[in-house]
Design a protein around this ligand. Structure first.
Ligand SMILES: *Cc1c(COP(=O)(O)O)cnc(C)c1O
Length: 460
C-alpha cells in the first residue's frame, strides 16, 4: 500500500512560474550564487528544509493563543512540557536558532585548544567550535566513504577512531563528543542506537561529555525503526526518547523537526553547566523563559514536536524522499545511497565527468537545475568544502562533488517532485551542454553564502 500524508492542504501560496530568459537574467544578477536569488524568481525551492515547512492549523491555533509575558509565560510552560516529555533533560532553554544553541553550549563546555569530536560537524557547528579557538574533528564511519553502498547507518561515528583519540596523547584535550542525528554534513544518513550506546560507554570510560546535535531527531528515529534490528516494534517517540536518554545534553535547531519557522533549544542534565548556559542566554539571547523567541514561536514548536513524531507523517515523508530518489535514478542520475529523509544528494561529479573539480561540477548542475526549471538547490562539493588560495584558485578539491536537494516538510507534492525529476532527466540527456564556472570573488570564510561566480561556456 502506498503511503500518503496524514493531512490535507488548507492554505496555499502561489509559486512563481518564469521563463528561461528571466531565469538567465536573475541568475546572472545573482552572480551565479543561488543564495543571492530573490525567492520570487524561484519555482521549486530545495535550498533548505530549515524553517521552510508548512505549519499546521493546530500550530497556528496554538500561536494565536500564545502568552507574551516576559517571564514565565504560559507559552514557555507548554514548550517545556513538550521537551520534558520528549527529552527528559532536567534543564531546557529556548534560544532563537540552532547556531545560538551551539555558541552558548560550547562556550560552557570548551575552551581554547580543546577538541570537539563528531561523526560530522554541521557547518555552523564547526564555525562555533573554531570561533572558540578549538578544533572540530570529524570521525565518520568508514562505510560513509562509499556513496553507492546501501549500508543502513552510514551516519555512525567511527568508534575505533573515537576510542583511539580518547585513549591517545590528545585524549586530555577532548572537550566533548557531539553526534549529529541525522548526519546532515554526511549525506543525511542516520545514526544507529547501537552506535549511540557505544559512544555513551566510551564517554563514560574517558570522562568526556556526550551531546547530540538533534535537529532531525524524529527522522533519525524513524529510520531506526525501519532499519535497526530490535527496533521494528518501537514507535519513533520511544526511539527518540531513548536517544536523548543516552546523552548528557543536546543542541537542536527546531526549524527542522519541530516544523516551525524559528526556534531551537539547549538541554542539559548538569546543574552547573545549566547555570553557565543560562547566564550566557540572558546576556545574549533573552530571559531564560523565551531566549530570543516570540511566544508564538514557543507554541508552534510545542505543537510541532508532537506532530512530527506521528508515524503516518514520518512514513509519508520518508516515502516522498524514496519516490524522488527512484525518479532521479530513472533519470540517469546517481544519489548518495541509501536515500535519507530530509534531502537527496546528487552525484554531480559522476554525471559531469568532463567538468574538472576546479570548474565545479556540483555548482554547474545546481545552476543548470535553476536555469532549466527554476529549481534552487545547493552545491556540496569543492566550492563549499575545497581549499582555495588567495587568488580564488582551488588548491585541494573536496572528496565528492554533490548537489543537495533539501525537501521542505509538508510543502511540495509528488507532482512537484515529478517535475523536478523531469528537469533533471532533460539535463542528464545532454550533460555536455552544462556550463562550467569559475570563482569571481569570495570572502575568506563561509564562502558559499557570499561568493560570486562567472559562467564559462559548456565544453561539449
Ligand atoms: C540547521 C542545523 C544547525 C543550525 O541550526 P540553525 O537553526 O539553522 O541555526 C545545526 N546542526 C544541524 C545538524 C543542522 O541541520
Amino acid at each position: 500500500m502506498k503511503s500518503f500524508p496524514p493531512y490535507r492542504i488548507q492554505v496555499v501560496k502561489d509559486i512563481p512560474i518564469t521563463t528561461r530568459a528571466e531565469r538567465e537574467q536573475a541568475l546572472a544578477r545573482a552572480g551565479y550564487n543561488a543564495f543571492n536569488l530573490p525567492a520570487d524568481a524561484v519555482t521549486i525551492d530545495l535550498l533548505t528544509d530549515s524553517g521552510t515547512g508548512a505549519v499546521s492549523a493546530a500550530q497556528e491555533a496554538a500561536a494565536a493563543a500564545a502568552d507574551r509575558s516576559y517571564a514565565g509565560s504560559e507559552s514557555y510552560y507548554r514548550f517545556r512540557a513538550a521537551l520534558d516529555e520528549l527529552t527528559g533533560f532536567e534543564h531546557v532553554f529556548p534560544v532563537h536558532q540552532g547556531r545560538a544553541a551551539e555558541r552558548v553550549l560550547f562556550s560552557a563546555t570548551l575552551s581554547a585548544g580543546r577538541i570537539s569530536l563528531s561523526n560530522t560537524h554541521f557547518d555552523t557547528t564547526r564555525a562555533n567550535v573554531e570561533l572558540l579557538g578549538c578544533e572540530a574533528r570529524d570521525l565518520p564511519c568508514p562505510e560513509a566513504a562509499d556513496l553507492d553502498s546501501d549500508e543502513p547507518f552510514k551516519g555512525d561515528v567511527d568508534l575505533d577512531a573515537l576510542e583511539r583519540t580518547l585513549a591517545g596523547p590528545e585524549g586530555d584535550r577532548v572537550g566533548q563528543v557531539l553526534i549529529t542525528i541525522t548526519n546532515n554534513g554526511g549525506g543525511g544518513q542516520p545514526v544507529s542506537m547501537a552506535n549511540l550506546r557505544a559512544v555513551r560507554a566510551l564517554c563514560d570510560r574517558y570522562g568526556v561529555p556526550f551531546f547530540l546535535d538533534a535537529a532531525r531527531f524524529a527522522e533519525n528515529a524513524w529510520l531506526v525503526t525501519r532499519r535497526e534490528p530490535g527496533y521494528g516494534g518501537h514507535s519513533p517517540a520511544e526511539v527518540a526518547r531513548e536517544a536523548f536518554g543516552l546523552a548528557d545534553g543536546c543542541v537542536a535547531s527546531l526549524k527542522k523537526d519541530a516544523i516551525a519557522p524559528m526556534g531551537a533549544f539547549i538541554g542539559v542534565r548538569d546543574a552547573e553547566l545549566a547555570r553557565r548556559c543560562e547566564v550566557n542566554i540572558i546576556a545574549t539571547e533573552g530571559f531564560r523563559t523565551y531566549g530570543g523567541l516570540a511566544a508564538h514561536d514557543l507554541d508552534r514548536v510545542a505543537q510541532g514536536l508532537r506532530e512530527v513524531l506521528d508515524p503516518n507523517y514520518l512514513r509519508a515523508r520518508a516515502g516522498e524522499a524514496e519516490q524522488l530518489a527512484g525518479l532521479v535514478n530513472e533519470a540517469g542520475v546517481d544519489i548518495v545511497r541509501p536515500a535519507g529523509v530530509h534531502a537527496l544528494y546528487l552525484n554531480a561529479g559522476r554525471l559531469l565527468p568532463h567538468i574538472p573539480p576546479h570548474e565545479f561540477p556540483g555548482h554547474s548542475l545546481a545552476c543548470e537545475l535553476y536555469l532549466a526549471g527554476g529549481i534552487r538547490c545547493v552545491e556540496l562539493g569543492s566550492l563549499y568544502l575545497g581549499e582555495f588560495d588567495e587568488g580564488h584558485n582551488l588548491v585541494a578539491p573536496a572528496p565528492f562533488e554533490l548537489v543537495r536537494m533539501a525537501l521542505p516538510r509538508r510543502t511540495y507534492t509528488r507532482a512537484h517532485y515529478e517535475y523536478v525529476a523531469d528537469v533533471l532527466a532533460d539535463i542528464a540527456k545532454h550533460p555536455e551542454r552544462v556550463a562550467r564556472y569559475r570563482v569571481a570573488d569570495a570572502p575568506p570564510i563561509l564562502r558559499h553564502f557570499k561568493m560570486t561566480m562567472e559562467q564559462l561556456p559548456a565544453r561539449g
